[in-house]
Write a protein that binds this ligand. Structure first.
Ligand SMILES: Cc1ncc(COP(=O)(O)O)c(C=O)c1O
Length: 505
């Protein structure tokens, strides 16, 4: 074949991939497949998790890649294949929109939000500099303003950004805290005379907080855990005592990290008291509000986050209780002058000195990412479409279901709640008659085995946790279409699988 013919062939193949008609056809097919999928799930059809062992799933995904030479690139064939692949994706993924999904803090997302995200993906709107993502930047800024106002701040005084997930958001905020509180750590590192700096954290803080300490060069041993009260909230008196002791010995303190709410049981810290303590000792207060920040939008539950506006920095994940597709996590600074403290670094080829006013809008100066996905389109679109009331409703309905489940557990002699829930996270244990007097390890082991058995059956998806060293079941009601009946079915399913498990032993 001549060179010209080779290039013609390559162009023909590329043209098939970029054909707008294919996008139109695929889009129509996609819309029908997604609507059918969601309709079936909302009716409670099928399983929650189509469990397969990982090697089987990987082998199947590899098999689907097999496309020999001479692949048929006709529009008809591509559409057929597209529909087959999407059907497999829908069939094999976990079904978060199934009302019996009560698992991790990953929501049954507002479906249409994913379509706004898809516009960003199909047209590849990304950020780093304003010019490359003018509308992505605008959407992100608009949401920073809305959420900042909901926290209780005045426009112009605070700043925020979106990053890829709660872990990165916490890391970003704590890096800022480190740079501000230690003065020259960005330039000189942490080596100094005297004891190394510490970070003082809620004893149940998410693991990404101590991971951040490792990444920040503080060292995970420098993470000091503040004891909790009876409801597993950070105890402000203990915090006070700890900070007083640290200040008395001249120890440098990067931040105190509180939770709104904690991951294991969803406990909301008493922020006004904690903020008072931090102010007294002149300590940066960071609040991990990845899950509970959404309570700011609910009249009924706003009291849980009272005092959040006093945090120096906080994180709030839209891909948790704002019911957005992953990932969309906000970092906020109460004092806007802190926004460029995270990275005291300029890459001149990106950040144009001829247009200094634009630098403010170049996300790359404030985010870990250089190229950054346009992660706020889903939230911006859903907010513009439905208004803020939708988000208040989602919080109210799911938090209420947490109480409904708690009442059911209290009423059932074979279940035991581990705590009184403050939100939609509920931790409990199943206590069949025969295990009433079992030692804690055996009881904990039973919860873990029971959970594995139930999720592999596909009937429900829930998670497990470990409270004071003993295994427990953990539910997050994060599908607003879950009902009280589904929660009854959950307890029945646990009883059923528990009986079989015990019979096999
Ligand atoms: C309180 C809290 N912070 C941070 C995270 C980490 O967020 P991500 O999974 O988005 O990194 C989680 C995750 O569940 C969390 O519960």
């Amino acid at each position: 074949m001549s060179d010209a013919a080779v290039w013609d062939e390559a162009r023909r193949r590329i043209q098939a991939a970029y054909d707008p008609a294919l996008v139109r056809g695929a889009g129509h097919r996609l819309a029908d497949l997604l609507a059918g999928h969601l309709t079936a799930l909302q009716a409670g059809d099928g399983c929650v998790l189509p469990w397969r062992r990982p090697p089987e799933s990987v082998a199947e995904a590899c098999r689907m890649l097999e496309r020999g030479p001479g692949t048929d690139l006709s529009a008809e064939s591509l559409l057929e294949r597209f529909a087959e692949l999407v059907t497999e994706m829908l069939r094999r993924g976990i079904h978060l929109h199934h009302p019996r999904y009560v698992g991790h803090q990953v929501p049954a997302s507002v479906p249409v939000a994913g379509l706004f995200d898809a516009v960003g993906s199909v047209t590849n709107q990304c950020m780093a500099i304003y010019e490359m993502g003018p509308w992505a930047t605008a959407a992100e800024w608009a949401m920073v303003q809305e959420l900042g106002r909901a926290i209780g701040w005045q426009p112009g005084h605070f700043s925020g950004l979106v990053t890829h997930g709660g872990s990165l958001a916490n890391f970003t905020a704590l890096l800022t805290a480190r740079n501000v509180t230690l003065g020259d750590a960005w330039e000189r590192g942490l080596a100094r005379d005297g004891p190394p700096p510490v970070m003082v954290v809620h004893a149940d803080a998410h693991y990404c907080v101590s991971r951040s300490a490792g990444m920040l060069g503080l060292g995970t041993n420098q993470v000091l855990r503040v004891p909790l009260d009876a409801r597993r909230r950070m105890d402000p008196n203990q915090l006070d005592e700890m900070l007083r002791g640290l200040r008395a010995t001249g120890q440098r303190i990067v931040a105190a990290v509180a939770c709104s709410c904690s991951t294991p049981v969803g406990a909301f810290d008493p922020l006004p008291d904690i903020a008072d303590v931090c102010r007294r000792h002149d300590v940066w207060l960071h609040v991990d509000a990845a899950h509970g920040g959404a309570a700011c939008l609910s009249t009924r539950h706003r009291h849980l986050v009272s005092g959040l506006e006093r945090a120096d920095s906080l994180v709030w994940d839209a891909h948790k209780m704002l019911f957005m597709p992953a990932l969309c996590a906000f970092v906020f600074y109460r004092d806007t002058s802190h926004r460029f403290e995270t990275f005291r670094q300029v890459a001149p080829y990106l950040f144009d000195p001829t247009a200094p006013a634009l630098v403010e809008f170049d996300s790359g100066l404030r985010a870990v990412e250089c190229t950054k996905r346009s992660a706020a389109f889903g939230l911006w679109g859903a907010w513009a479409l439905f208004g803020p009331q939708l988000f208040a409703d989602l919080v109210d309905v799911t938090f209420e279901l947490g109480q409904v489940l708690y009442q059911k557990l209290l009423a059932a002699p074979d279940f035991e709640p581990v705590h009184e829930p403050q939100c939609n996270i509920v931790v409990f244990r199943h206590l069949p008659e025969t295990l009433r007097d079992a030692p804690p390890e055996q009881l904990g082991r039973f919860q873990m085995d029971l959970r594995r058995r139930l999720i592999e059956s596909g009937e429900f998806y829930l998670v497990s946790t470990n409270i004071d060293g003993v295994g427990a079941l953990r539910v997050t009601i994060i599908n607003p279409l879950t009902t009280s009946d589904h929660l009854d079915q959950l307890l029945d399913a646990l009883r059923d699988h528990g009986r079989h498990l015990l019979a096999e032993r």
